[in-house]
Design a protein around this ligand. Structure first.
Ligand code: AMP
Length: 215
């Protein structure tokens, strides 16, 4: 089963994708994660990607679609893909259709995480992850049980994304409203969109997504 998790920054796409990976053995394909790897390289592309990400803009459709194509080429047909943060434009949505067809796959569900945008800035600016295992935390909503120590792996190193500041977040939301939200109606016409309340607890959002997938 191949699905898209769609929603503005901070809606919980990454968190839910990780849970789907754990519960159902699906594979998370996050273009944001792929681009964070790309920007680490001291190359022209790495620097260009870093500039775009730090200002909250969108990397070119061709670059992200080529990344998705390459990942799918590596995946067996039985492993479901979770597209997290992709597609983000109408062109990417078209490219995804072509890429899926090329790999003999098809899109089963688009799950829209519906959230109150006012709450998103607080969600995003407070979030951080364990630098060792990637477990997610939040200054207000999810502190480690022992201050400064990761619940999962015991590491004391944590990190924040450079683009999780208020100014960049606002720009990222503007991009979502202007370029990403408009791809929803096309999927709605195909009858594959399910809307889930992204403001519910992490557990409840997971249950709602599971209900869609087992329908
Ligand atoms: P994310 O981790 O999904 O929030 O993505 C972080 C940043 O990476 C975004 O603000 C964009 O600059 C870039 N990015 C991630 N996915 C895409 C995509 N599908 N198309 C264009 N840019 C992307």
């Amino acid at each position: 089963m191949d699905i898209i998790l769609l929603g503005p920054p901070g809606a919980g796409k990454g968190t839910q994708a990780q849970r789907l990976v754990e519960h159902h053995g699906m594979r998370q394909l996050s273009t944001g994660d792929m681009l964070r790897e790309t920007r680490k390289a001291d190359t022209e592309l790495g620097r260009k990607v870093a500039d775009i990400m730090d200002t909250g803009g969108l990397v070119s459709d061709e670059i992200v679609s080529a990344m998705i194509d390459a990942k799918l080429a590596d995946m067996g047909p039985d492993v479901g893909a979770i597209f997290d943060g992709y597609p983000r434009t109408a062109a990417q949505a078209d490219q995804l259709d072509d890429i899926l067809a090329k790999h003999g796959r098809k899109l089963d569900h688009v799950i829209e995480l519906h959230v109150n945008e006012d709450a998103l800035v607080e969600r995003i600016t407070g979030r951080y992850t364990c630098a060792n295992c990637g477990e997610g935390y939040h200054d207000v909503f999810k502190q480690p049980a022992e201050a400064g120590v990761c619940d999962k792996c015991g590491s004391t190193e944590f990190k924040r994304r450079p683009d999780d500041n208020e100014e960049t977040v606002r720009k990222r939301m503007q991009e979502y409203r202007g370029k990403t939200a408009p791809i929803l109606p096309g999927y709605e016409e195909r009858g594959i969109v399910s809307r889930v309340d992204g403001m519910a607890s992490i557990e409840d959002v997971t249950s709602a997504i599971d209900a869609v997938l087992t329908r």
